[in-house]
Design a protein around this ligand. Structure first.
Ligand SMILES: Cc1cc2nc3c(=O)[nH]c(=O)nc-3n(C[C@H](O)[C@H](O)[C@H](O)COP(=O)(O)O)c2cc1C
Ligand SMILES: [Mn+2]
Length: 503
């Protein structure tokens, strides 16, 4: 028996989506070369149910792909339903509740994984000459990509040479050969840090990759927890029970027992190959490939009829926004609170492609703090831009807590009406940041610094704890008795019911 439920069992996650209508089982023949990705992109862009491709052309019978595993959903009006299902939470869970859930687990005792003898991921075990990554339906995701990507919704497992720290982290991998993959292992990311420890000893890095992982584990692998924190213990705390893991075939790494697909081998200390280009999280595809480390696969194990999940990166919303952005929001909010700042919430607007994070400020606490705008901006920059999570997001927007920052319309309104273009922008040219941000100069890319800002959308009087202008809207401009009458009579007036509540 393997552990069950959406959070800790990918197969259950898929079954539950199918049962609630938030996934469709596609029996029509679909090619893994561009067609599956095109369908997945259209799903993201129309908030449609996740596509499960059950009849992939040129693929062994039974091998399947799940697209848009954490796409936004139109099903039942629960936009974040598929995201919430990653954590076993109800489909109607609001972003704020989800962040508090993620933060509570950060403060709980880690729950170490439980090693079990075997599990579904060992239903098929191939080693030596039998290893052939081409057996999987490796998809071509965008017309001009430099190759086909096997690992867009899976995570790497590596351990420090002294065994003190195990890292689970998402980073993409492109098919390179029958038994090889190639992909980034950035020095600032934990995969790159641990890879460097082995390389410095002149050794290959023992490595595994998990595809079709328990959804809560996958999300934690896309979460910028601090260095030396084991994601596996965090997942146990988050899910409320230990993740069941099995030993890999060769290197004694531990992987979730019910994973769909497990690849295992080593990362070369010195060999690189061109990787990319690929359509990316910021919404652009650049033309160049880059040299990246080569991953050698010595063993592959998989469940019967395995399901490969994919993310087709590009314009929001896809999983780089819904998963990565949400996990960054949780870590950032926790850090800002720990820094004693008067914050209400932090949220990477999905629409901003994980290139900005909005922070709402409790203006009454702000007034008590006595900080002026520059002091607040500097304090936020100091907390975020010096952190592992803040390295990832170049721009921070500050707004008052009358704004629901999970609603992009309200953020746009605050930006347009409250940000002072002359005095409200604070730049941090020395702050380190991810070099993938499209607007960086070649010099900033080379040094890994700059292009980072804090933009204040706080009105001058909000530093005194007040907002002069009252909001003119349905909610704010009418007494309760008028609003409830209008609401009660809405369909009687001849209008259809609205899916969205008015502001
Ligand atoms: C769908 C998805 C794809 C991602 N792809 C990459 C990637 O290719 N390279 C990368 O460095 N980070 C990527 N990330 C972000 C990292 O997983 C994230 O920053 C995480 O914190 C890294 O783990 P670490 O903090 O243990 O280093 C991706 C995240 C998601 C959700
Ligand atoms: Mn980590």
């Amino acid at each position: 028996m393997t552990q069950r439920g959406s959070a800790l069992n990918f197969r259950d996650f898929v079954e539950n989506l199918l049962a609630t209508g938030d996934a469709v089982d596609i029996r029509e023949p679909v090619s893994p070369l561009l067609e599956a990705a095109a369908i997945t992109r259209r799903v993201y862009e129309t908030n449609s149910p996740a596509p499960l491709f059950s009849n992939l052309t040129g693929t062994e019978a039974g091998f399947r792909i799940l697209g848009a595993p954490a796409g936004l959903s139109g099903t039942g009006g629960n936009v974040h339903g598929r995201l919430a299902a990653h954590f076993g939470l109800p489909a109607g869970t609001a972003p704020r509740e989800l962040l508090e859930h993620l933060i509570a687990a950060m403060h709980a005792e880690p729950v170490a994984p439980r090693l079990v003898e075997t599990g579904p991921c060992k239903e098929n075990v191939l080693t030596g000459d039998d290893v052939d990554l081409e057996r999987f339906p490796v998809p071509l995701l965008h017309e001009h990509d430099g190759g086909r990507y096997l690992g867009t919704y899976g995570y790497h497992v590596v351990r420090t040479p002294d065994g003190r720290w195990t890292s689970w982290s998402i980073s993409r991998t492109m098919l390179h050969g029958r038994t090889t993959l190639v992909g980034p292992a950035m020095a600032q990311q934990h995969l790159g840090m641990i890879h460097a420890m082995w390389r410095d000893r002149g050794l290959p890095t023992p490595w595994a990759m998990v595809l079709g992982a328990p959804p809560a584990a996958l999300a934690a692998a896309g979460m910028p927890l601090p260095a030396e924190v084991n994601e596996d213990g965090y997942v146990g705390a988050l899910a409320g029970s230990p993740v069941e893991v099995v030993r890999t075939e060769l290197h004694d790494l531990h992987v979730p027992a019910n994973s769909e697909i497990v690849l295992e081998g080593w990362i070369s200390p010195d060999e690189t190959a061109p990787e990319g280009p690929m359509g990316e999280y910021h919404g652009y595809a650049f033309a160049e490939s880059k040299p990246q480390p080569v991953f050698h696969v010595e063993a592959m194990t998989f469940r019967d009829d395995p399901i490969l999940p994919i993310c087709v990166a590009g314009l929001p919303p896809e999983e780089n926004h819904t998963i990565w952005g949400t996990m960054i929001s949780a870590v950032s909010l926790d850090l800002l609170r720990a820094g004693g700042l008067p914050v209400d919430l932090a949220w990477c607007s999905y629409e901003a492609a994980t290139c900005w994070i909005v922070v709402s400020i409790d203006i009454r606490r702000l007034a008590r703090s006595g900080m002026n705008e520059k002091e607040l901006a500097d304090a936020v920059a100091e907390v975020l831009f010096g952190s592992h999570t803040g390295w990832l997001v170049p721009k921070v927007l500050l707004v008052a807590d009358d704004i629901d920052i999970t609603d992009i319309d309200q953020v746009v309104w605050a930006m347009a009406t409250r940000h002072h273009p002359g005095t409200g922008t604070y730049c941090y040219p020395q702050a380190p940041g991810i070099p993938m941000v499209p607007y960086l100069t070649p010099e900033e890319v080379r040094t890994g610094r700059g292009g980072k800002s804090v933009t204040s959308c706080l009105l001058p009087e909000q530093f005194e704890g007040v907002t002069k202008g009252a909001t003119a809207s349905f909610r704010h401009s009418f007494p309760e008795r008028v609003r409830s009458r209008v609401e009660a009579n809405w369909t009687a007036y001849g209008f259809a019911e609205r899916a969205l509540p008015p502001r």
